[in-house]
Design a protein around this ligand. Structure first.
Ligand code: IVH
Length: 686
């Protein structure tokens, strides 16, 4: 389905403005930040491709504004800064290098902590008593939310040194603690941190709301932000807000030498903070922490979107200074978002090894959780109905860590009028006219009729072993049937595991024939990739297409990773073929099969052909005396050339045999492609 950029831009603008109002105006967004960012990026792309579509109401034209009324404004004792975001190891490395350069010959440690996704708040304690709580505001001036913050149960109204047993991490005597941290109970102590709602509290709250027939809250951060700006503290007290500190500030900065010391003091004062925070001497330590929590972040009790890394020593920190709103001495590493939006181009059905028909959504490639995703299994027909997913829909793709990407929901607001409903039964009939399917009562999966499912494997193995494919000697139809019927082969890769003794159990084999078969199979552990690709039996991928694909992608991995548009650039590959290739690789059974081949050390090889025709693309029309079409193609390929089926701009020669009226001639002429006759061609291939 064709997308009209002008119309799309308008729809994105309207939707993003609606989301923005939900977020800023009502503190209750109906979508996540990642989805907003993904749609925003799409709008920005359209506007950069077509600047004429930019309008003043576009969210891309808006400058940030965090104003709100209702609360007293208070000056911060020192600016409440934010952090520069970084997104990759290289970014962190560049930052480490910069700090190394700015702090030459001074030993400097790095301090890392998990970044909490909430809202920043500064707590002011005077002689140990909580006297003020201020939001970040514009970094200089914040809002007085003291009354609301007083309702947060894990914030002490009075600071006290808690006995060391209560925080066993420290093992110091109370006397020692008093000496180290006692001074923070007198004078002004400011504690900065993040107000969050813990995941379990949020889930419980929503459960209660659901039971009471009230709408659920969208996400913990917005609920926390909305709650803290409530004018009625009684409402606030009913919401499970939670505070986690990340900073301690005294009038005399020398009282706190390092960020780690501040963190230790926080614990001693009974303030909640992340226990994961640690110090590292170099980049590899920092990256180890980042990677560790990327994997384990779902186990944390609160939401995180990254890691904060700072220079540990506070006087070095101060010396590095501030650029804009951000200190040079710290960065926030942001984890790759686990959601992104894209448009469903088509739904194709793949028939797995077991005969199960699995629908696969094929979409414009997008990066989710750090990897490019171009398709996702829709599992079965019911799932398509449940999601109400149609071709042309904009969908939210979700991928967490190593988990397989999923279509989470459809963005209904962006559904085009022409979005096509997917008729599963009809699609099965068009895509697989030769097969019969049924859907057993109570099951969600359509399968190839039971009686034929073994047949599928036999057909697949017969094809795999056939002349045009791996050409496995003596593995003809009868032996294929015998191996499958004996249960020795459950998938194509199994043939590489069967032993002579197993084969000998089958009646039709004797010592010699069994030996021969085992040897013939072993002989084909390293077929050429084109034979292997053809042998996999991907629908619509014949010998020629397999060769063209391999000429373009050169490896199985690259072929697997190719997008629909990249595939379509290959000579002779149209939409149907491209989608069929995508569907084949998207099928988890096939993925497992390829893995199994690798494990069994079955590795197809790429043979780069080179010869006098290397780099030349040929199209032949009409017949050439003494050679059929296959021989002709083989000859061109053997000499390193590419045999194309249609004249394209990159065609180098059109060879005209006996068909001088061909439309290909007209096309070649219009492109200015040299046209040669049979004898000229024969000279070239001599
Ligand atoms: S340290 C100079 N540590 O993230 C600011 N900040 O994008 C030093 N945040 O403004 C901040 N968790 O509101 C620090 N463990 C953590 C944090 C954290 C969340 C917030 C904080 C900060 C923002 C930066």
């Amino acid at each position: 389905m064709l997308i009209q950029p002008k119309k799309r831009a308008k729809e994105l603008r309207q939707l993003l403005n609606k989301y923005s109002y939900e977020y800023h105006g009502m503190d209750n967004p109906s979508i996540s930040d990642a989805v907003y960012d993904s749609l925003f990026a799409e709008l920005k792309q359209i506007e950069s491709d077509h600047p004429e579509f930019i309008s003043s109401d576009s969210p891309t034209q808006r400058v940030g504004n965090e104003l709100s009324g209702g609360f007293k404004k208070i000056n911060h004792s020192s600016r409440m800064l934010s952090l520069n975001d970084v997104f990759s190891r290289q970014d962190v490395e560049a930052w480490v290098k910069r700090t190394d350069k700015l702090l030459p010959s001074i030993k400097h440690e790095f301090f890392a902590d998990i970044k909490m996704d909430g809202l920043a708040c500064a707590l002011v304690f005077q002689d140990g008593l909580l006297v003020q709580a201020i939001t970040r505001g514009d970094s200089y001036i914040g809002e007085d939310v003291t009354e609301n913050v007083r309702t947060i149960k894990n914030i002490p109204l009075k600071l006290e040194l808690i006995t060391p047993q209560k925080h066993s991490l420290r093992g110091l005597s109370l006397q020692r603690e008093k000496m180290l941290y006692g001074k923070f109970l007198a004078g002004r102590t400011e504690i900065r941190g993040e107000i969050v709602i813990l995941k379990k509290d949020f889930a419980e709250l929503n459960k209660k709301r659901l039971a009471a027939g009230e709408p659920e809250f969208a996400n913990p951060r917005n609920l926390a932000a909305g709650t803290i700006r409530q004018l009625d503290p009684r409402i606030v007290s009913q919401r499970p807000l939670h505070f986690r500190a990340y900073d301690l500030i005294r009038d005399d900065p020398d009282e706190i030498s390092t960020n780690m010391f501040a963190y230790e003091a926080l614990l001693a004062l009974g303030i909640t903070r992340n226990l994961q925070a640690s110090i590292f001497s170099d980049l590899s330590g920092v990256m180890g922490f980042i990677d560790e929590w990327d994997k384990k972040r779902h186990e944390l009790p609160f939401n995180t979107d990254g890691i904060v890394v700072k220079v540990n020593n506070r006087s070095q920190f101060a010396k590095l200074g501030v650029v804009g709103k951000q200190p040079r001495a710290a960065v926030a590493y942001k984890y790759a978002p686990e959601q992104a939006t894209t448009i469903v181009r088509d739904i194709v059905i793949s028939i797995g090894r077991t005969g199960a028909a699995t629908p696969v959504a094929v979409f414009d490639p997008i990066v989710v959780a750090g990897t490019t995703v171009k398709h996702a299994s829709l599992h079965n027909a019911d799932e398509i109905t449940r999601l109400d997913i149609r071709i042309g829909d904009t969908v939210i793709i979700f991928k967490a860590g190593d988990i397989i990407p999923q279509v989470q929901t459809v963005v209904m607001e962006l559904r085009p009028a022409k979005a096509k409903v997917f008729d599963f039964k009809k699609a099965l009939a068009t895509q697989y006219p030769e097969l019969e399917f049924n859907r057993p009562d109570g099951e969600v999966v359509y399968r190839v009729n039971d009686t034929t499912s073994d047949l599928l494997l036999k057909l697949a193995l017969g094809h795999f072993a056939s002349k045009g494919a791996l050409d496995i000697d003596t593995l003809g139809e009868k032996n294929v049937i015998a191996l499958v019927d004996a249960g020795l082969v459950k998938d194509l890769a199994d043939i590489y595991t069967i032993t002579k003794d197993q084969i000998l159990q089958i009646d039709r084999f004797a010592e010699v024939s069994a030996n021969k078969l085992v040897a013939a199979i072993a002989d084909k552990r390293n077929p050429t990739i084109e034979r292997f690709v053809y042998g996999l039996g991907i629908r619509h991928v014949g010998v020629q297409t397999a060769i063209d694909l391999v000429n373009n992608f050169e490896s199985l991995d690259k072929l697997r990773d190719a997008t629909i548009d990249e595939l379509r650039l290959v000579d002779g590959v149209g939409e149907i073929v491209a989608e069929s290739i995508i569907a084949w690789f998207a099928d988890p059974d096939n993925e497992a099969l390829l893995e199994k081949f690798k494990k069994l050390d079955v590795k197809p090889v790429y043979e780069k052909k080179s010869g006098k025709l290397t780099g030349q693309n040929f199209v032949v029309t009409g017949s050439i005396v003494g050679m059929n079409r296959d021989e002709l193609a083989d000859r061109i390929r053997m000499l390193g050339g590419i045999f194309q089926t249609a004249v394209a701009r990159d065609t180098n020669y059109l060879v005209v045999g006996d068909n001088t009226g061909s439309s290909k001639i007209k096309k070649a002429k219009s492109y200015g492609i040299p046209i040669i006759n049979e004898s000229e061609f024969k000279k070239m291939i001599e």
